[in-house]
Design a binder for this molecule. Structure first.
Ligand code: GTP
Ligand code: IMP
Ligand code: MG
Length: 336
């Protein structure tokens, strides 16, 4: 039995979707439970030549035996959720907690104007105003929505019972450590904490039940929206280096900067990380594209891994070598 939490150590978009889709099928995970804020996140999964951009459903859908749950801490946009259940043909495996707060058109409207849109540059998906209504205890919950009736379940109970039975569970975090309302670059952050402890609370799993926390980092750093990004490059320079990315949810440009060891180190501390995954090795080291074993990685790529491990003091166990679910080097058996 292993309970693993997967969270991002930078500003989001480090590739949690890809890492979780790989782990789910490789480890034959019984349950992937989505934590985090809500549909402001976009998790990209490239599987069997198809690209999925998941804003509500857990990325574990690629493993057909896997139960897909959404914890009570997550905000649900019913329309987006139902669309994703359809596009992934996963209806029989999906469970949504009865106590998730529901995003309504008024929340989206409020998120698309004024200070939130202009100063914070939010995703405009209604999550901040919805969390505000939740704190005021005036928000509607999923248990009030007839269209979701067939999916409603007790997520904390399902997850804890699965752990009692010795099954493997993955908790899928969203956003990133430095977008946390508590630990991020306030006020340029999202509307709640998104570190590993918060992800557990979103699902209803107590801290004593967690075995591993995987911190997902990217070979460089990106940030969407407003707020500080140390050593930020110009868009032209990012393009030149192949680091120019476009956001999954909003289509905005992602601002880019080199890998930040200080931020990574602090993120290990804030999340209690036991290991790290680093994605986009193929972008920094094109000769590593599609590589699946450690030995095949270039000397430069290996030196980069060693430097990261020296600074952050936890092992780098997973290295992304392409967007596809199986484009990855996995040395967990050797290092953990
Ligand atoms: P948020 O919860 O929104 O923070 O998302 P995320 O962490 O799941 O990341 P997202 O999918 O938004 O962005 C990561 C991007 O990198 C996607 O386009 C992925 O397909 C891509 N990606 C992930 N890992 C790799 C990798 O190892 N190499 C390459 N080339 N692309 C990758
Ligand atoms: P909000 O979460 O929509 O309120 O946006 C607040 C800040 O967090 C903005 O800078 C967004 O760009 C950023 N943000 C929210 N969710 C994500 C995500 O999943 N990936 C990257 N940035 C995000
Ligand atoms: Mg994303």
């Amino acid at each position: 039995m292993t309970c693993t939490v997967v969270v991002c150590g930078f500003f989001g978009d480090t590739g949690k979707g890809k890492i979780i889709s790989y782990l789910s099928s490789e480890d034959k995970i019984a349950i992937v439970a989505r934590a985090g804020v809500g549909p402001n996140a976009g998790h990209t999964v490239v599987f069997e030549n198809k690209k999925y951009k998941l804003r509500m459903l857990p990325s574990g859908f690629v493993y057909e035996e896997c139960r897909l749950l959404i914890g009570p801490g997550v905000l649900v946009n019913p329309k987006i959720l139902l669309q994703e259940i359809q596009s992934t043909t996963s209806k029989s495996r999906v469970g949504v907690d009865r106590q998730c707060a529901v995003i309504e058109p008024k929340h989206i409207e409020a998120d698309k104007k004024g200070r939130l849109a202009e100063k914070i540059k939010t995703t405009g998906t209604g999550t901040g105003p919805c969390n505000a209504d939740r704190a005021l205890r005036i928000v509607r919950l999923t248990r009030d929505i007839p269209e979701l009736k067939e999916f409603l379940t007790d997520v904390p109970l399902e997850v804890n019972e699965a752990l009692d039975e010795g099954k493997d569970v993955l908790i899928e975090g969203t956003q990133g450590t430095y977008l946390s309302l508590f630990h991020g670059t306030y006020p340029y952050c999202t509307s709640k904490d998104v570190t590993a402890s918060a992800a557990c609370s979103d699902i209803g799993v107590g801290p004593t039940r967690v075995d591993e926390v995987i911190l997902v980092l990217k070979a460089y750093t990106t940030r969407v929206g407003a707020g500080p990004l140390p050593n930020e490059l110009s868009w032209e320079e990012a393009e030149k280096r192949g680091w120019a990315e476009v956001a999954t949810v909003t289509g905005r440009r992602r601002r880019a900067a080199p890998f930040n060891y200080e931020l990574a180190k602090r993120a290990v501390m804030l999340n209690g990380a036991t290991q790290a995954a680093v994605t986009k090795f193929d972008i920094l080291f094109p000769e590593c594209k599609g590589v699946k074993t450690y030995d095949e990685l270039s000397h430069e790529a290996k030196s980069f891994i060693q430097k990261i491990e020296k600074e952050i003091k936890v092992p780098v166990t997973l290295m992304g070598t392409g967007p596809g679910t199986s484009e990855i080097v996995d040395v967990r058996n050797l290092k953990v």
